[in-house]
Design a protein around this ligand. Structure first.
Ligand code: NAD
Length: 305
């Protein structure tokens, strides 16, 4: 058996298309353009790449992008003041503070200073509580993207056994809440789980969010199961040759041993080109949702949990 590939790149393009159409509609009908403010503190190269990509895609779907680049030495007080200003700015519907923050800044204090209605990352404690109690909230982008792909592939998820490997606040826990919301029987596995292969073998749906290359083995996967690989790991790729500085080139791999799992699973997301592209698409969807809620406009279908 060869698993069906779940094409996150194509799916993300369809989400952006939907967002773009709805953005054009509300601009024409109501004269409102959704706006996303992204705040980057410091010069972390990976974060700079993410922020650039977010800004570019925000503009491409017709929304306003506001970027704030602050020095690594920015004080907590100055950052909180900027967040207050953005909270009060009616042209800003979504606020994202790029993580991780430099060590001297208290991450949870900063995140919880964001107006929960503008918290498009879904990390504010109010949104975490709303999601946990099954109420309307802003949903973290990566798990939301995984849920969209699962719903698209399965239709109903009701009654399926789902195993989420990883219990982080940004992926594992919200993913489990979302699957529970769709009536899956959910197991959260983590670094202390006993006999993980056996736990995974019971799953109709496996979501791997561990951060270890090729961690989930092919023979852990139940034949026909759906495998969602959230992991993004960079490993040496000597087959690609050397860089100009003599170092070995690298490539991205997921948390699942794809080559082995693809012949057992019913469907699987590749890395790259699976969950990754969905994350920014869902950030745009969340910004549109936040704008619609702020103004009382009808929300687009299929872009929220
Ligand atoms: P994290 O380090 O916060 O959490 C990892 C989790 O894995 C922990 O809960 C831990 O209990 C679990 N774990 C570690 N070792 C384990 C083991 N031996 N057995 C079982 N569980 C184990 O990581 P995270 O932020 O949740 O991210 C996980 C992965 O997803 C990373 O590779 C990250 O880069 C990737 N990620 C991708 C996206 C995306 O857009 N595609 C977004 C966020 C994170």
């Amino acid at each position: 058996m060869t698993a069906q590939l779940i094409d996150g790149k194509a799916f993300a393009a369809s989400v952006r298309e939907k967002v773009s159409t709805h953005v054009a509609q509300i601009a024409e009908t109501h004269g409102v353009t959704p706006g996303l403010a992204v705040v980057l503190v410091g010069e972390d190269p990976a974060s700079e790449v993410y922020v650039r990509s977010k800004g570019k895609q925000t503009v491409e779907v017709g929304m306003n992008s506001f970027e704030y680049k602050l020095s690594a030495e920015t004080s907590e007080e100055a950052l909180l003041e900027l967040i207050e200003t953005l909270n009060a700015d009616t042209s800003v519907h979504g606020i994202l503070v790029q993580l991780p923050l430099p060590a001297h800044l208290n991450e949870s204090l900063v995140i919880n200073a964001i107006d929960p209605a503008k918290d498009v990352d879904g990390f504010h404690i109010s949104n975490v509580g709303l999601l946990g109690t099954g109420q309307k909230s802003m949903v973290p982008c990566t798990p939301l993207g995984c849920l969209m792909m699962l719903r698209d592939y399965h239709g109903s998820l009701s009654g399926l056994n789902a195993v989420v490997i990883g219990r982080s606040n940004i992926v594992g826990k919200p993913m489990a809440q979302l699957l529970l919301g769709d009536s899956c029987t959910v197991t959260i596995a983590h670094s202390r789980t006993k006999d993980l292969p056996e736990v995974v073998r019971r799953a109709d749906i496996v979501v791997a969010a561990v951060g270890r290359p090729h961690f989930v083995q092919g023979d852990w996967v139940k034949p026909g199961a759906t495998v969602i690989d959230v992991g993004i790991n960079r490993i040496p790729a000597p087959e690609k040759g050397l860089r100009d500085d003599g170092s070995v080139k690298t490539r991205l791999v997921g948390d699942v041993d794809f080559d082995a799992a693809v012949s057992v699973a019913g469907a699987i997301t590749p890395v790259p080109g699976g969950v990754g592209p969905m994350t920014i698409a869902c950030l745009l969807a969340n910004t549109l949702t936040a704008c619609c809620r702020a103004h009382g406009f009808a929300e687009p279908e299929g872009l929220t949990a």
